[in-house]
Structures are given as structure tokens and as C-alpha cells.
Design a protein around this ligand. Sequence first.
Ligand code: MV4
Length: 443
Amino acid sequence: MQSILIANRGEIAVRIIRTCRDMGIKAVAIYSEADINSMHIKLADKSICIGPPEPSKSYLDIPKVMSAIEVSGAEAVHPGYGFLSENPKFSEIVRASRKVFIGPSPETLELIGDKVRAKEVAHKVGLPLVPGSDGPVDVHNALEVASKIGYPVVIKAAAGGGGRGIRVVNNDKELREKFHLAMQEAEVAFGDGRLYIEKYLINPKHIEFQVLVDKYGNVLTLGERECSIQRRHQKLIEEAPSPALTEEKRKEMEVLVAEFCKEIGYEGAGTVEFLMDWEGNFYFMEMNGRIQVEHPVTEMVYGIDLVEWQIRVARGERIDFKRPARRGYAIELRINAEDPKTFLPSPGRVEELYLPGGFGVRVDTHIYCGYSVPPFYDSLLAKLICWGHTREEAVKRAIRALEEFYLAGNGLKTNIDFHKRILSSREFQQGKHHIRFVEELMF
Ligand code: MV4
């Protein structure tokens, strides 16, 4: 494989280009008119403008991305996260064009995109599910199931995921009222109105397992990340390993995760998502078929370049090594261009920038002095990843690195101080945080 087109932008495009260069592979960048001054263009061997700023006319426009692949002569495409990364049609078209899609097959993406089908397979291999409906329900069915499992229950869209299309209801009346609305919304958002219901878990932790699978069914599990610090389904802090898991529980979950991957014929890097309650019960939620924003915490504790291995397994190499030993603790802070009060995006120009460094500190970013953050995309400016021998050391180092992080810009605001508050809180330091922690910290 001599050249890869990166169908993405921002920090993840930079991240992927770096590994391409490490591997001696040429990197082709694509960019929208709003990204003409972006770092990923400067680092790539070649770059192609694919259209106007709106994602639907550039990074999400399959014919334009396909033309760029053809024109550049790239043999493979890395989709990064978001955009086209989990689009089965895109994976299919890339394959039909005799190019390599660095990710799962269209069939697998289709399967894991259907949360009801994914849950069926999870159940089959023995992964625990939250009590709820087996499969899609109508409103009568939903009321019946709710009376069995008890309120509160959550209504979810079969085609949803990542927090899109979920709704909590507390009684029959609310269920009746919100069910039709949820169905209409799911129909509009996903073209699929199927709904299912689950018992609503109170203040669980979000725990996800990293896997890497080659074309020969060898599954490498690389432990978990805890991503409970989030707001409105935007993760803010992720860490590995989770302070909530014992080695025995981790092993138990990894065995089941590997079974699940084999059962669906998974290929590439992926993440299996769970919620965990305070008694240590875990429940399968969904699988994500992409490299995730928070992958560096896994890289730091296992000493493995996940993007490199995505590329290796995509070109048919075997995972023929034992799992590397895990070492220490890593924590990632997402530095966003957002107003700390309203959490609204705060685009603008970076005028002064000093990035932290030193032992155990990694910064993945595409920003530089003079760069203007465009208003069209997500507000992620940088990922600050810190390592420590212990969790306490990783947290202390993260606070130190945040204090070093200096960014001044015209109109630009960041969540750096907000991170300091979270890391300094007793709940977080004791590992007792859960998915509603940020909300509770704010009110
Ligand atoms: C839940 C839940 C509570 N109970 N399911 C949201 C994203 C999707 N992947 C699963 N989600 C949830 N499902 C039951 N039965 C609470 C959430 C949830 C959540 C999960 C993970 C991380 C952040 C979250 C924020 C709000 C709700």
C-alpha cells in the first residue's frame, strides 16, 4: 500500500497522516474551502479541494470523495471518525471501486448500525442486556413491557446510537405522549422509525472496550476506556483503565467482547460500549465501527499505534503477537473552542499558543498560531493526553499540563478552566463519577 487518502479533517487527519509517514506511506488530504489553511493540508503529500464548507457538500459528499480517491491514485481510504466513517454505503462504494476501506465491511457496518440486531447478537453470545423489549415495539407493546420492568424506561431508536434519539419516560402517560413523537423523529433523522425500550439506569458509568480484529478472525482486546465525563453526549474526559473495573471483571468482559466480534465477523479497530451500574453489573449498549476520538489513552497504556494496526489489518496482515502488557494510567482531556458558560462553540483566530509537554504528555492537535477555527465543524481544538504510573499521578500531571496550556485568540474561548475544576473535584479523584457528573457539577 503506497498511498492512503484521509477522508477527514482536523486533529484526526493530522493523527492519521503522521502514522502514514511513520510507515512510509504517502498521505493524500482532502479539504473544504473553509479548511484551506488547515494543518492536515500542510502535512500531507498531496491535497485536493472537494467543495464548499458545508459538510454535506464536502466531507460527507460521497461522489466528491470518490473522485478525489480516483484522481489521487490512492489505493486506500481512511475515514477517521464522524463524517463517512460508519456509512455502509461509502464502505460498499469504496470496495466496489477496488480500493481498500480502512474499516469494517459494509455488511458489518449495516449490522452494528441497527441497534436491535446488534443487541440480538450480543444476547446470543452471552453479553448481558438492560431489561427491555426484545426488538422493536409499538406503543401497546411498549406499555406492556414497561409495566413488567417498571419505570423509568428509555425509548431508543433502532437506527440511533451515540445518544441520538433517546428519551426517558416516567409513567404510562409520558410513554404514550412521547412514543409517537420519538417515532416521527426517528423517521426524519434516520429514515427508520423503529423504536425499542429499556429500563433506565440511574447514574451509570460509560465503559467501552477497544478491539482490533484481522481478516483471519484473530481478535485482540485492549482493555477499556471510561468515558463517563460528558455533557450532552459530547465526551470531555476519557481514561484508561477505568477505576471501576477489577482485573477479573475486565477479563470476563473481554472474553465476551471477543466472542461478539467473532460472531459478527468484525474486521478492523472497533469499540464495544457498555453501561455499568454501581453493583458492577454491565450491559451491552452498542458497537462503534471506527477509530474513536479517545483512542490515544489506550495507545498510551498498551504502547501500540492503533492507526498503524488499522492499516496493517486492512492490507491483510495478521495479528500474530501476544497482547502487550498494560502499563500505568492515561487520561485525555478534550480542549474545545467553546464558551465555558453556555458550552456554545466559540470559533475564532488563534493568536498566541503555548502547548504543554514533558514526560508523559501528548498533545494531538491541528491548531497553530495564526490558525482560524472555522465555524462549520466540531469545536475540538486539541486532545491533551497524560500518563502516570498511578491514576493519581496521571491526574496530577494533567492538571500541571492544563496550567501550562496557554491559548489566546480573537473571540476564542476554551474549556481549559472547566477541566481543572473537574480534575480537582473529590468525586472525580476518587473515581466515583458517572454520566451525570458534569450536569451535577454545574447545578
Ligand atoms: C441508557 C441510559 C440509561 N439507561 N440506557 C446514551 C448514548 C447511548 N449510547 C446510550 N445512552 C444511554 N443509554 C439505559 N437503559 C443512559 C444513556 C446516556 C448516556 C450513556 C453513555 C454516556 C453518556 C450518556 C448520557 C446520557 C444518557
